[in-house]
Write a protein that binds this ligand. Structure first.
Ligand SMILES: *[C@@H]1O[C@H](CO)[C@@H](O)[C@H](O)[C@H]1NC(C)=O
Ligand SMILES: *[C@@H]1O[C@H](CO)[C@@H](O)[C@H](O)[C@H]1NC(C)=O
Ligand SMILES: *[C@@H]1O[C@H](CO)[C@@H](O)[C@H](O)[C@H]1NC(C)=O
Ligand SMILES: *[C@@H]1O[C@H](CO)[C@@H](O)[C@H](O)[C@H]1NC(C)=O
Ligand SMILES: *[C@@H]1O[C@H](CO)[C@@H](O)[C@H](O)[C@H]1NC(C)=O
Ligand SMILES: *[C@@H]1O[C@H](CO)[C@@H](O)[C@H](O)[C@H]1NC(C)=O
Ligand SMILES: *[C@@H]1O[C@H](CO)[C@@H](O)[C@H](O)[C@H]1NC(C)=O
Length: 369
């Protein structure tokens, strides 16, 4: 009795809220960013990220979209329309279970105060089709008129679709967090454990009203990772993990030099490595933690190779967007996970032309193109 009374009060409240939302949507259609910000949706019971019943989980990585570049020119908004076409094609061809943005979602340094509008514009094709995502931020995501926290708020206004978070406000950078990944739902199992961990780090950078910011994963974030990965390991055992951030660490310079001589390595190699400007030991920490399988970065638009650091795979993704420098054919990286074989993963690049290239590991190691 009490229960159903409580429920009907809740449902009346929900209907009132819906009517309010419908009314404000109809009368505010030019300003969805302000509308969203005024209706925060709690994220507490957000569904877990799981493999599907066939044991598959497909991620598509979008890198360096650079929305909102040169907002008051003709070519800036035209570039965003082309980027949207790249996004929509990739979603249609790959239909991922999860989407990851690895930084420089926008070109923030010349933004007007309406910068978060471009986050909403970028996310529209994902939200319309109900795709879930997680992001890290890059060196171009901020400016005098746009902060990392404003971007986070704009993303989080989409409630359960958004898995981006900031777990420690005292650490430099915003997007430092992890997502535990689970097998398909199974009622016969009482206490569930994750099967995988995805780590996200903020490599900071960019220029705002205070000047140039540091371009590296802060040493306290590295320490946080060491502490946290050890804690998770004592709770859950050593789990395979994937890692995502924007600016490559300094080790990528040497790795790039070896891409052409390593038979297993492949991909686009047409750009300089412009690494983090301080080596705070992230690669060492990732290697020592155990379980880390692959690191994915963006930042240098003309690099899209995969190779190795010790026994960890390291991958670049090429330019996905039409803002930002370079005219390389745009593309996304597709990470097709199979729960039965997490030790042996594959990924490839899907170009905007529809072509699939750069299977990794290379399918035919004796054939070099
Ligand atoms: C943001 O403001 C600038 C300057 O007023 C304008 O040119 C641009 O069109 C605006 N962007 C959006 C998405 O409204
Ligand atoms: C920030 O916005 C103000 C308008 O409020 C504008 O005058 C200024 O040029 C913008 N800053 C940049 C770097 O575009
Ligand atoms: C659920 O878990 C049980 C026990 O591990 C297993 O035998 C069963 O195949 C699982 N069912 C599904 C649908 O995965
Ligand atoms: C890591 O753990 C140590 C020991 O518990 C603690 O002193 C330190 O503050 C932790 N570091 C971070 C960044 O949380
Ligand atoms: C670079 O990182 C080290 C720790 O690895 C730190 O002690 C030093 O202060 C950092 N330098 C700058 C310029 O941030
Ligand atoms: C890994 O995958 C390759 C093909 O992609 C296959 O030939 C090999 O047997 C697999 N290894 C394991 C341990 O599953
Ligand atoms: C692999 O490369 C070798 C030598 O270049 C070639 O003879 C062979 O046909 C290739 N195999 C496949 C499956 O492409």
């Amino acid at each position: 009795m009490f229960h159903s009374l409580g429920l009907s009060i809740i449902s009346i409240m929900l209907s009132v809220l819906c009517i309010f939302l419908a009314v404000s949507t109809c009368c505010n259609s030019g300003s969805h960013s302000r509308l969203r910000a005024s209706v925060p949706i709690p994220n507490k019971a957000q569904p877990l990220v799981r493999f599907n019943v066939n044991g598959k989980l497909k991620i598509v990585q979008f890198a360096d979209l650079h929305y909102g570049e040169a907002p008051d020119t003709d070519w800036g908004p035209a570039a965003d329309i082309k980027s949207r076409r790249v996004i929509e094609d990739a979603l249609q061809w790959e239909n991922p279970d999860f989407v990851i943005f690895t930084g420089d979602q926008v070109t923030g340094e010349l933004m007007y105060p309406n910068g978060t509008d471009y986050i909403h514009i970028l996310l529209t094709p994902f939200v319309e089709k109900g795709y879930r995502w997680a992001s890290v931020y890059g060196n171009h995501d901020i400016g005098p008129n746009l902060t990392r926290l404003e971007i986070l708020q704009a993303e989080q206004s989409y409630g359960d679709l958004c898995y981006t978070k900031q777990v420690r406000t005292d650490l430099p950078g915003v997007t430092n967090y992890f997502i535990p990944i689970y097998a398909a739902e199974n009622d016969t199992i009482e206490e569930e454990q994750p099967v995988m961990i995805w780590w996200f780090f903020d490599s900071q950078g960019g220029r705002n009203q205070f000047g140039q910011q540091p371009h590296y994963i802060d040493q306290n974030v590295v320490e946080w990772f060491r502490n946290e990965s050890q804690r998770l390991r004592s709770e859950w055992g050593m789990l395979p993990s994937l890692v995502f951030f924007h600016i490559p660490p300094q080790e990528y310079v040497t790795i790039q030099d070896n891409v052409l001589t390593n038979q297993l390595c492949d991909g686009l190699l047409d750009d300089d490595v412009t690494p983090q400007d301080n080596n705070t030991g992230i690669m060492e920490a990732l290697s020592e933690a155990g379980g880390v399988k692959t690191i994915f970065v963006g930042h240098d638009h003309g690099n899209a190779w995969c190779c190795f650091y010790k026994d960890i795979e390291v991958c670049y993704n090429r330019h996905t967007g039409y803002g930002g420098y370079g005219t390389w054919t745009r593309g996304v990286r597709v990470i097709d996970l199979d729960i039965r074989n997490l030790e042996n993963r594959t990924n490839y690049v899907r170009l905007e032309t529809g072509e699939v290239v750069d299977n990794f590991p290379r399918k035919n190691v004796s054939l070099r193109t």
